[in-house]
Write a protein that binds this ligand. Structure first.
Ligand code: KG4
Ligand code: ZN
Length: 341
């Protein structure tokens, strides 16, 4: 079955066609097209995502991106078995563009419509890159807006067992990146810069909360890094950017790995799926690889092209929702929070 996946929750407009049949042997999980129109260049001028500009840019791009996704997949709209769309969480004005477009397309052609949770979609990216992956597993979702640990019990069943109590890991990377003069979004640039510095140069607090909890807090770490930068400025010194990038990255990576280790001990899962934009971080991938090895678990990480926001992951998540019988209609609304799940 072909599923069209539409994504417009933040600053990428994406449409993709995936072909799925998990009852076939071997299973079919194929990306036929995955078109991503990034708005990063526009938002870079402002140092962050401007919601109104994001909404307008999605409107300008969505028809073109969808047409290209169908063309590249070599199929027509009438061959689609379902239209899947990210309905929550995200920027409300941005989400509404995808949701309204999907509703119109599905209604006018009589195609089943499925609402998708963006966070579950990040995890579903791993089903596309790892054809034999099946639940149960531990999912680590690290993105610009989220940092959570889930015990994934079925293709659609997620139990959140840990989460950040304030900022997300991606936000923490982007904030310090901006302050030390790296282009938005700072995550990828900090990843590179960290190789040039000494990770032990600065002592920074861990984002892993102490004790039994599997929760995180990134605000203390962010403030500590900002204080280092400001103290250097007051002394009319330059902070060593590479040392800060390396030490800051080390604090984040070790904090996340620590909670993943605790979550593995608690749940007994033997597979870990790392997903979301920050899953592209090479230091995090390496550290989690070592943590998983220590716990006798296997780490599954989608390729970088499937870590950031994209329509293919939405289509994959939509397929599994479709199989449960979930259907949306023209009353579907977008939600900024994940209370739509
Ligand atoms: O999942 P995503 O594309 O959007 C959200 O759903 O939030 O994640 C975007 C986030 C940004 O904060 C970006 O800086 C971060 O992912 N990111 C990285 C890397 N590549 C992207 N963070 C750290 N290291 C990277 N290599
Ligand atoms: Zn995302």
């Amino acid at each position: 079955m072909y599923i069209l996946g539409l994504e417009s929750s933040c600053d990428e407009t994406s449409a993709a066609v995936v072909e799925m049949d998990t009852s076939a042997s071997p299973q079919i999980r194929r990306i036929r097209s995955n078109i991503v129109a990034s708005q990063i260049e526009v938002h870079r001028l402002y140092g962050g995502v401007v919601p109104e500009i994001a909404g307008r840019a999605h409107i300008e791009a969505i028809t073109r991106v969808t047409a290209r996704a169908l063309e590249e997949a070599g199929i027509t709209v009438d061959q689609l078995g379902a239209v899947a769309v990210t309905a929550f969480p995200g920027l409300i004005g941005a989400l509404l563009v995808g949701v309204n477009f999907a509703k119109s397309l599905a209604y006018s052609r009589g195609i089943p419509l499925v609402a998708v949770n963006h966070i579950k979609a990040h995890v579903a990216a791993a089903y596309l890159s790892e054809p034999t992956l099946e639940p149960p597993f531990l999912a680590v979702v690290v993105s610009g807006g989220h940092t959570s640990l889930f015990s994934v019990t079925s293709y659609t069943g997620f139990e959140e067992i840990g989460a950040t109590r304030d900022d997300a890991a991606g936000e923490a990377f982007d904030k310090i990146g901006r302050v030390i003069g790296l282009p938005y979004p700072g995550g990828a640039a900090l990843d590179k810069l960290a190789y040039e510095g000494d990770p032990k140069a600065y002592t920074l607090p861990s984002p892993a909360l102490t004790g039994d909890t599997l929760d995180f807090s990134f605000s203390g770490l962010k403030t500590a890094a900002l204080n280092l930068i400001n103290q250097a400025k007051q002394k009319e010194e330059e902070i060593d950017r590479a040392n800060l990038a390396a030490s800051y990255t080390r604090a984040i990576v070790r904090g996340v790995s620590k909670k993943v280790g605790q979550a593995l001990d608690r749940t007994g899962h033997r597979t870990v799926v790392l997903a979301g934009g920050v899953a592209a971080n090479s230091h995090l991938r390496r550290e989690l690889e070592a943590t998983c090895r220590k716990h006798g678990a296997t780490l599954v990480t989608p390729p970088i092209s499937l870590c950031g926001d994209n329509g293919a992951m939405v289509a994959a998540a939509g397929y599994f929702e479709y199989l449960t019988g979930a259907r949306a209609d023209t009353s579907l609304n977008a939600s900024a929070n994940d209370d739509g799940c």
